[in-house]
Design a protein around this ligand. Structure first.
Ligand SMILES: [Zn+2]
Length: 351
């Protein structure tokens, strides 16, 4: 998920207007950055869009590309990023674009913009999505809340009822249930709760995958373009940290084999699902390194420093947040000032 909105709301405007990021720049600016994107598509009118921060418009993506190029940043692919890190080739600050989850809108809306501008980019594929076995449980939860005014759920053995008739109630409930689900002790327990909830309120969990995610033919189309790097994103998109170690390792390893079988080349770059501290940490970073991935990315916020060459399977990224589709917000994030503040000025965070 994105950087905590509180940090952005509390810090970004003031950082921008105070010019603090210019003062910080030599210290925190780093050698480059990796950006996280999810959906790229035209805006939708619905007022209840709890995952709105995960999407930007094609127009914003085009402006982003132009704006970053004008600022002197060079767009490079993940292989080149890895080479520069390892060889300490930091002549020019660089930026890598990464798209998580292999949504169909990456092909339909992002690809034409990036192809036109000759911008390399990576797509991280959870293989169960093109295999049509994926559970986009966060969207099933959104649909249940969107379509009902009141929902019931057993929480800690007690039957609870929640009002969700208004947009505000829906947003609050979504946020609470999302994080409650994320905190279940096992992946199986969390998925079972969502499955039962979806079945009861007649939401088809499997439908999101077929509707929103690319199939293997669509992915092959993109993979054939030298601009595109296909990366691994596990098989089932689980919270790796709450899986037993062997299961976490298989999720990473198997997804690589499946992609190799489907597209002809095994990925050397990995993305941890959800990618925050609660979802992936030292054990996962170690596993990815042992499995031979050249790089692996988190969603911990930050720019890249030369020191990240010591831990290329624990790289931070900067989320392009759909709630803040203005270039100046992104410039502040890329300056490293906002993320340095939220990281307590710690540059490398691989624990
Ligand atoms: Zn993902």
């Amino acid at each position: 998920m994105a950087i905590k909105q509180t940090i952005i709301r509390g810090g970004l405007e003031s950082l921008y207007f105070s010019g603090a990021h210019i003062v910080f720049r030599p210290f925190v600016g780093g050698v480059g950055a990796i950006l996280t994107l999810h959906h790229v598509r035209p805006p939708r009118p619905d007022r209840f869009q709890p995952n709105r921060s995960l999407e930007v418009t094609p127009q914003f993506l085009a402006r982003l590309v132009r704006g970053l190029r004008r600022s002197g940043l060079e767009f490079i692919g993940l292989d080149e990023m890895h080479r520069r890190m390892v060889e300490r080739d930091f002549k020019r600050r660089f930026v890598c674009l990464t798209f998580d989850d292999a949504y169909r809108d990456t092909l339909r809306w992002a690809y034409p913009v990036l192809k036109d501008a000759a911008v390399p980019f990576a797509i991280y594929v959870p293989t169960s999505f093109p295999d049509r076995l994926g559970e986009l449980w966060w969207l099933a939860l959104e649909a249940v809340i969107a379509r009902n005014n009141r929902i019931g759920l057993a929480i800690d053995g007690r039957d609870r009822k929640f009002d969700c008739g208004t947009v505000v109630e829906k947003k609050t409930l979504y946020h609470e249930l999302y994080w409650w689900l994320r905190q279940r002790s096992t992946e199986a327990e969390m998925r079972d709760i969502v499955r039962r909830l979806a079945a009861f309120y007649q939401v088809d969990v499997a439908a999101f995958c077929a509707e929103l995610c690319m199939d293997w033919n669509e992915l092959a189309q993109l993979a054939a373009d030298p601009l595109v790097t296909i990366g691994a994103h596990t098989v089932n998109h689980p919270i790796l940290r709450r899986l037993p170690k062997d299961a976490a390792r298989s999720e990473m390893d198997l997804s690589r084999s499946v992609i190799e079988a489907a597209l002809g080349a095994g990925p050397v770059h990995l993305c941890y699902p959800f990618g925050d501290r609660a979802a992936s940490a030292a054990r996962e970073f170690q596993l990815a390194a042992e499995l031979g991935f050249k790089t692996a990315v988190t969603t911990r916020p930050g720019v890249l420093f030369a020191a990240h060459r010591q831990c290329t399977t624990a790289l931070p990224r900067i989320a392009v947040n759909g709630d803040y589709q203005r270039l100046r917000y992104l410039r502040v994030l890329l300056s490293g000032a906002a993320t340095a503040l939220s990281n307590g000025f710690r540059r490398v965070d691989a624990a």
